[in-house]
Ligand binder design. Structure first.
Ligand code: NAP
Length: 281
């Protein structure tokens, strides 16, 4: 039997229709106000510039506003902190996205943590992470939250399942593990010092690949009937998991591209609309 395809592109498109309607309703109710996402791009990394542009385009598609802040690669931590402060206190801004990575002279963690909680729609602050992990109200980190929304939309059962997350980065693996734990999965987090990685993965009902290495997780490590989530995207259209041989023998999988990727931006705008509704509505 063929596996269920967890189609992030389709879900993101469907969600955009709902978000457009919510933005339009808010605009009407408030005499023309819309949620606004402020994006901050530091330096001129072309990939980061493309991501920021895609986020601005997504805002436009749903009728929401965006504000682009572009800073030179020589920006200091203090200068960036001061721009974040300005956006925190700007009542017209409902969400703040600091595009990662920033140039190396900047203390990225300090800058992420300067974003106030109610505008942390990308879910990058320590405070937001801690609250999310404790089951308190906070916006989820966009990629893992997007994965959770995708699993939920396809009614993938998580409770009591053995989930293995490969990767423990602050923006992906760690929050992913906490979200799966909150959904009552039994979670194992693997990383570069994990021994017997293949053995851990063989036990998994749900595998999340967040390693950043093309097809690093081999198909033969994954058991029949598992749910496979691949956060990676590399040149040649492959992810972090060797998906090809799995499509006929797993229960469900996220395609690459079109699985996790579209859900990240979608979650960012989804959470910004929520923030805008709280403030304006
Ligand atoms: P990252 O910060 O580089 O983290 C990679 C993680 O993989 C680290 O925790 C690292 O372990 C672990 N790792 C590295 N080598 C390993 C090995 N041999 N065995 C087991 N674990 C190993 O990457 P990231 O930002 O989390 O991104 C992960 C992937 O997701 C990338 O492919 C990235 O492109 C993708 N991504 C996609 C989106 C999206 O919107 N679709 C967003 C973000 C990221 P240590 O902690 O021990 O070093």
């Amino acid at each position: 039997m063929s596996a269920l395809i967890l189609d992030g592109k389709a879900l993101a498109q469907k969600t955009e229709e709902t978000l457009s309607a919510r933005v339009a309703a808010l605009k009407e109710k408030s005499g023309g106000q819309t949620p606004i996402l402020a994006t901050i791009l530091v330096g001129n990394d072309p990939a980061s510039a493309t991501y920021v542009k895609m986020k601005g385009n997504a805002c436009r598609r749903i009728g929401m506003g965006s504000m682009q802040v572009e800073l030179p690669s020589s920006t200091t931590t203090e200068q960036l902190l001061s721009r974040i402060e300005e956006l925190n206190s700007n009542p017209n801004v409902h969400g703040i996205l600091l595009q990662h990575p920033v140039p190396t002279q900047i203390e990225e963690r300090d800058c992420f943590d300067a974003i106030c909680l109610e505008k942390d729609v990308d879910g990058v602050t320590c405070l937001g992470f801690g609250r999310m992990a404790m089951g308190e109200k906070a916006y989820g980190c966009a990629t893992p939250k997007g994965i959770m929304r995708l699993l939920e939309a396809y009614k993938i059962e998580l409770e009591g399942k053995d989930a293995v997350v490969v990767g423990r980065s602050p923006i992906l693996g760690k929050p992913m593990a906490a979200m799966l734990l909150n959904a009552n999965a039994t979670v194992t987090i693997c990383h570069s010092r994990t021994q017997n990685l293949a053995e851990h993965i063989r036990c998994a009902d749900i595998v999340v690949g967040a390693v950043g290495r093309p097809e690093f997780i081999k198909a033969e490590w994954i058991k029949d009937g598992a749910v496979v989530v691949d956060a990676g995207y590399h040149p040649g259209g492959v992810g972090d998991i060797e998906l090809g041989p799995l499509t006929k023998r797993v229960a469900a999988y996220t395609p690459v591209p079109g699985g996790v990727g579209p859900m990240t931006i979608n979650t960012l705008i989804y959470q910004t609309v929520d923030s805008g509704e709280r403030k304006i509505g």
